[in-house]
Design a protein around this ligand. Structure first.
Ligand code: FCB
Length: 458
């Protein structure tokens, strides 16, 4: 087995030594991005299948038909997960695989797949962290209005209840939604993600329905006797004013209110930020009585996905990812300190449950050469961000775990397959998996846990 050269080792040892032995280390994926088998065993169509068929929607005109063929390579992929030495694996259930029409009859063969996935993880000593909605809404529900329709809220609750009844006794966590802001804004305001709608008014209503369905699903799953911890995953950028001008400061405050507080305030305080409601005017969401209390149903954990800092400029003439930062292949500015900052901000604004960093990572140019991928920039990215998590914990933020995005290269939504986030390289022609140097680094980091704890005496 490949290993890295020794100089990095003591550094890994001191890094892992900054975390308690209970800290949960993992890797993450999502169904649409890796499973493929888009027509196998009765799976229904999702809005991402449909969106991929729209000319120009996906950079390389690709789709999720095959992806990483994970559906057919489950056992060897689970071996791969286990070989990293992680505590947890975050995956998502494909709603149209288990409910091809989004509602009504369950697809037994689809459920079987997730049974095998969960049991296979447990057999390997890896905790299953399940996400219900990582964006692949059944197309049949989109045809009835999708997330813009309040009916979809109830369909989601039924879906959540069914999955919980089947798998809730064995999973270590159930996340309702992954990144509601992305579904709302990229999917329904910018139209660059499925279902490709371009309306601020619809996007805002969608965000309300996503949050409401989260709260009602948490209540319903608990009423059904669910023992697994329940939470939601938010994507949070660290927003900074581009300059010290009063106008830029105000813009930064507003961007933070729209991107973070619009989601976190209702979840933790039961209300939308007033300044955003005011700014939205007629586009403010239709909220029925009882909705806000349902959204604020206490959660067992909060998931945070962190990728970048965003600069806010009132004049709008500044590259939001700029400010002299090095960038990933996505063009996103690399700013590890922003992860510590956003965690501190959450900690000061809300009474937080345990927080998991449910996604963090980067796309880099990392070719496979002679069986190796020397992705030193990804190692730097992971090291510096993990260190920022430790900084935030030192300041009292209750962070309980960290998961790398992603286990392996996969379908990066509208960017197609060109952007590679994996710590494991995937050769799409052969489906061969090869651990990149970052995977070897992460595995070594985790292997140091035992020694680090002995040294700490903990
Ligand atoms: C997040 C998504 C995830 C992945 C990363 C790069 O927004 O949750 O599926 O695409 O970005």
């Amino acid at each position: 087995m490949n290993t890295l050269s020794t100089p990095a080792l003591s550094e890994q040892q001191s890094l892992i030594g900054r975390f308690p032995h209970t800290f949960l280390w993992g890797v993450a994926t999502s169904a649409f991005q890796i499973e493929g088998a888009s027509r196998d065993d009765g799976r229904g169509e999702s809005i991402w299948d449909r969106f991929c068929s729209v000319p120009g929607a996906i950079a390389d005109a690709s789709n999720g038909d095959v992806a990483c063929d994970h559906y057919h390579r489950l056992e060897s992929d689970l071996d791969l997960v286990a070989s990293l030495g992680v505590d947890a694996y975050r995956f998502s259930v494909s709603w149209p695989r288990v409910l091809p029409n989004g509602e009504g009859n369950w697809n037994e063969r689809g459920l079987d797949f997730y049974d095998r996935l969960v049991d296979g993880l447990l057999a390997r000593g890896v905790k299953p962290h399940l996400t219900l909605n990582h964006w692949d809404l059944p197309q049949a529900l989109q045809d009835k209005g999708g997330w813009a329709s309040r009916e979809t809220v109830h369909r989601f609750v039924e879906y959540a209840r069914g999955v919980q009844r089947r798998l809730g006794d064995r999973v270590a966590a159930i996340t309702t939604h992954n990144e509601p802001q992305v579904v709302a804004v990229l999917g329904h305001e910018h139209g660059t993600f499925a279902p490709g709608i371009k309306s601020q008014k619809i996007a805002i209503q969608v965000s309300h329905h996503l949050l409401l369905s989260h709260g009602l699903a948490v209540q319903a799953m608990r009423a059904d006797g669910c023992r697994a911890p329940l939470g939601i995953v938010l994507n949070l950028a660290h927003v900074e004013p581009a300059t010290g001008s009063v106008a830029d400061l105000a813009k930064a405050k507003m961007d933070d209110a729209r991107g973070r507080r619009w989601y976190a305030d209702p979840l933790f305080k039961g209300s939308y930020p007033q300044e955003v409601l005011d700014a939205l005017g007629d586009d403010a969401p239709r909220v029925e009585s009882g909705d806000m209390a349902a959204i604020a149903t206490p959660m067992d954990y909060l998931g945070v996905n962190y990728y970048f800092r965003m600069l806010a400029s009132a004049a709008g003439d500044v590259d939001p990812f700029g400010g002299g930062l090095p960038r990933t292949e996505m063009g996103w500015g690399i700013y590890p300190r922003g992860l510590a900052e956003i965690l501190r901000t959450l900690h000061s604004d809300y009474r937080l449950p345990p927080v998991y960093i449910t996604e963090n990572g980067g796309a880099f140019k990392d070719p496979l050469v002679a069986g190796r991928v020397h992705d030193a920039d990804r190692i730097d990215y992971l090291r510096s961000h993990i260190s920022a998590v430790a900084d935030a914990m030192q300041d009292g933020v209750p962070v309980a775990g960290y998961m790398v995005w992603s286990l392996m290269d996969n379908f990066e939504w509208s960017s197609g397959y060109a952007k590679r986030f994996g710590i494991v390289h995937v050769d799409y022609a052969t489906q061969q998996r090869t651990m990149k140097d970052s995977a070897l680094w992460y595995r070594e980091l985790l292997a140091f846990r035992a020694t680090a704890q002995t040294t700490q005496g903990g």
